[in-house]
Design a protein around this ligand. Structure first.
Ligand SMILES: NC(=O)c1ccc[n+]([C@@H]2O[C@H](COP(=O)([O-])OP(=O)(O)OC[C@H]3O[C@@H](n4cnc5c(N)ncnc54)[C@H](OP(=O)(O)O)[C@@H]3O)[C@@H](O)[C@H]2O)c1
Length: 270
């Protein structure tokens, strides 16, 4: 399979480096086009991929096209390349946030069978710890959807989800890294308040949260079981838990996720 990336910015370059490193594909089978000609030429030299002179040339060269430009550019690109896409019928992958499959099909203005797989990756794909949701349209075969899932598994974890759950996923995995950073910074700030230097407090808090997340994934225990395990009777942890819940910790987090979902639904419908 040959994969082409339309747009080679932050997300595409993280995906490309990850899939080469995890040997999902060889660099010689990757094709790139970006309007930032110098940047894409330098990047392709660094990784050993091919550079195309236009999106048309890229589509002609590959079996899979990844649309990895900003969402507001997608309509223009699909308008310019729609005839070639319909003729060549590559597997079309879009990672654009807030751009449902129906919108992509509308941009193609075609009733022809074009296999489209929408992916919602997250920023941690950049360090191989990503979380991605994958959903195919009615023309995408099971094999094509699995292929895309495998591609994103090489950058962390990837789940096949119905598109109706994408706003929920966007909140839980797309935006939640920001909330996790905030949580870590809040713990570190408390450490500073109580006398530790900020860098050290941040390192300690990040390592504790990293280990806790790994514990949930690796032990397959329910989080409440793990909470009970560190809450000894009359101890420090239970005192802290009750103080957090006095301030509505759980409902505050749920409200944050709900607000994210509402905003995503609003953006999708524009
Ligand atoms: N970053 C994330 O954490 C994240 C998470 C989930 C999903 N996404 C999605 O990933 C996509 C890419 O985001 P990003 O942050 O990687 O954006 P980015 O860094 O701006 O990369 C997009 C690249 O595409 C180039 N470009 C613009 N018009 C083009 C055209 N007509 N043909 C080819 N290339 C063109 C841009 O050049 P210019 O800079 O000159 O415009 C830029 O180099 C977005 O749709 C976003 O919603 C990103």
């Amino acid at each position: 399979m040959k994969i082409g990336f339309v747009g080679t910015g932050n997300m595409a370059s993280a995906i490309i480096k990850g899939i080469i490193e995890k040997e999902f594909i060889k660099a010689k089978n990757i094709y790139l086009f970006d309007v930032m000609t110098d940047k894409v030429t330098e990047f392709s030299k660094e990784i050993g991929a091919n550079v195309c002179r236009s999106n048309d040339e890229l589509i002609r060269s590959v079996d899979v096209v990844v649309l990895s430009v900003k969402p507001n550019i997608i309509e223009k690109i699909l308008n310019e390349t729609r005839e070639l896409i319909i003729e060549k019928s590559p597997l079309l992958i879009s990672i654009a946030a807030g751009t449902p499959i129906e919108k992509l099909s509308t941009f193609l203005r075609s009733k022809e069978e074009v296999s489209i797989v929408r992916v919602m990756p997250n920023v941690n794909a950049m360090i191989g710890k990503g979380a991605a949701a994958v959903c195919g349209n009615e023309f995408a075969s099971k094999e094509q959807v699995s292929y895309v899932q495998n591609m994103f598994q090489s950058l962390g974890m990837a789940w096949i989800l119905p598109e109706k759950d994408f706003s929920n996923f966007t909140a839980l995995a797309g935006s939640s890294p920001a909330y996790a950073y905030l949580f870590i910074d809040s713990i570190a700030r408390a450490g500073v308040k109580n006398g530790l230097p900020k860098d050290l407090a941040t390192q300690i808090a990040a390592q504790a949260v990293l280990g806790s997340a790994a514990m949930i994934l690796e032990s397959a225990e329910n989080p409440w079981t793990l909470i009970d395990r560190v809450s000894s009777p009359g101890g420090t942890t239970v005192a802290g838990l009750i103080a957090l819940e006095d301030e509505g910790f759980i409902s505050t987090v749920v409200k944050g996720i709900d607000a994210t979902i509402i905003k995503d639904i609003e953006l999708n419908s524009k």
